[in-house]
Design a binder for this molecule. Structure first.
Ligand SMILES: *Cc1c(COP(=O)(O)O)cnc(C)c1O
Length: 452
């Protein structure tokens, strides 16, 4: 058996095509609905928001889509990313399981998000876009889109959820360093923001509100388009480089996972790692695909699979997805990137069909796992990624209990170097485990749109 702990692919083995899961879905996709007309959207409806290159990818049924050379040139700054065998963590846990993790914190922004920010900026540049308006929760997406815009000479405006703006001032500085204009949301710059502030002057903000502000900014300004860091089909497509590389890296050491784990906010890093395994599963391979979400924002485990708006102000398209309701205001947990009311329609459809599964975890247990991981492996994880670590630890301990070998693969979606306020809160005992907000979810689910 190989004693390798770090599995690298040579630079020339970087994936040259993205994998599109759509042709491998168990059934047809639900239509996407226009928020104004309540009719299915046409590509033309989406043109004020996205460039045609991305709209085509959103609906493509091609299994493989070529990655443009200019995108590959930038990917090569950090891709292929390393795959690690967590030997020290295995030892600490005393588990017979093998634990592998794919490390996406090596990108300049520190997470998986530049995998899609770069192609999104590229297709916008091709289409003549001058400025991108977007939102950010924890600051990871804002950093990534700021970086990508800078690389293609685009201007960038980022609406940053207020709770994160206050918790993570360094993320704001990073975005500014990459040339973006950062505005705390809800803001007085948009109708959507002003409407929230009127009702809730001390609103912490939410991703749903920030999305409304960015969408409004894009559709009311010329040569400005919108970009979303998760949820959409083309985002899941771009993130497939993670799983494609991981499969190849595991093959180099003669391994294949029994369970593949990603944390889940909107679904993109989970999809990126797990979707390339969906095709294998459809072909009869046995592999579990597990999304790990926070108990305080339990979209996949407590939400409903219905049509809902992507944002709070009902300006974004309506998709069939697992949702807690577009009005749902999640508690201000430190894994800011996991505070979204909805989920990727592709992840949702696969969950509904039983191809993937989901579990929810409380934040203190996740921080415990993150600290254990850091002390064993050295790398400091993002609070979001700690949900995947927690799930992996639970699987490894189950293997120990059952005295079974098992191969676990999880996505370490980002580093936590800019999340020290969260770790400080954990060490000072100030972290709460928010219980499942049943009442708030019941209320917000009552406001779902009625789609015939
Ligand atoms: C944004 C983010 C997430 C959550 O978003 P997904 O689209 O669900 O991947 C997870 N981890 C990190 C490090 C992030 O930045």
């Amino acid at each position: 058996m190989s004693e390798v702990t770090k599995i690298l692919l040579p630079e020339d083995r970087i994936p040259t095509s993205w994998y599109n899961v759509i042709p491998d879905l168990p059934g047809p996709m639900a239509p996407v609905i226009h928020p104004g007309t309540l009719q299915p959207v046409t590509p033309d409806d989406l043109l004020p928001l996205f460039p045609m290159g991305l709209i085509e990818q959103e609906v493509s049924s091609e299994r493989w889509i070529k990655i443009p050379e200019q995108v590959l040139d930038i990917y090569r700054l950090w891709r292929p990313s390393p795959l690690f065998r967590a030997r020290r963590l295995e030892k600490v846990l005393g588990t017979p399981a093998k634990i592998y993790y794919k490390y996406e914190g090596v990108s300049p922004a520190g997470s998986h998000k530049p995998n899609t920010a770069v192609p999104q900026a590229y297709y916008n540049k091709l289409a003549g876009t001058k400025r991108i308006a977007s939102e950010t929760g924890a600051g990871q997406w804002g950093s990534s889109i700021a970086l990508a815009c800078q690389m293609f000479g685009l201007e960038c405006t980022v609406y940053m959820v207020k709770v994160s703006f206050n918790q993570k001032p360094y993320r704001k500085s990073m975005m500014q360093l990459w040339g973006a204009n950062v505005i705390p949301s809800p803001s007085d710059q948009t109708d959507a923001g002003r409407a929230i502030l009127e009702q809730h002057p001390d609103s912490n903000g939410s991703l749903g509100i920030a999305i409304s502000e960015a969408v409004e900014d894009a559709v009311t300004h010329e040569n400005t388009r919108y970009a979303l860091g998760s949820v959409l089909n083309h985002v899941c497509l771009h993130q497939s480089v993670i799983g494609l590389e991981a499969k190849e890296q595991l093959a180099l050491v003669g391994d294949y996972p029994d369970v593949v784990i990603g944390c889940h906010g909107g679904g993109s890093n989970f999809a990126g790692l797990a979707f390339p395994f969906v095709a294998d599963k459809a072909a009869g391979k046995e592999v579990r695909l597990l999304a790990a979400e926070p108990q305080s924002c339990p979209t996949l485990t407590k939400g409903v699979y219905e049509f809902d708006y992507g944002d709070t102000a009902k300006m974004a398209p309506i998709s069939r997805m697992y949702t807690l309701g577009h009005d749902f205001m999640p508690p201000g947990i430190h894994a800011g990137g996991l505070r979204y009311h909805g989920a990727a329609p592709l992840v949702s459809q696969l969950l509904d069909a039983g191809v993937i599964e989901a579990q929810a975890f409380g934040q203190t247990g996740c921080f415990e796992a993150a600290v254990q991981f850091t002390r064993a492996e050295g790398i400091i994880p993002a609070p979001e990624s700690s949900h995947a670590i927690r799930a992996a630890v639970v699987e490894a301990l189950k293997a120990k209990e059952e005295g079974r070998e098992r191969t676990i693969l999880f996505n370490l979606s980002g580093h936590g170097h800019v999340d020290m306020a969260a770790y400080d809160a954990y060490f000072s005992g100030a972290l709460e485990d928010y219980s499942y907000p049943a009442e708030a979810i019941r209320e917000s689910l009552a406001a779902l749109p009625k789609i015939g």
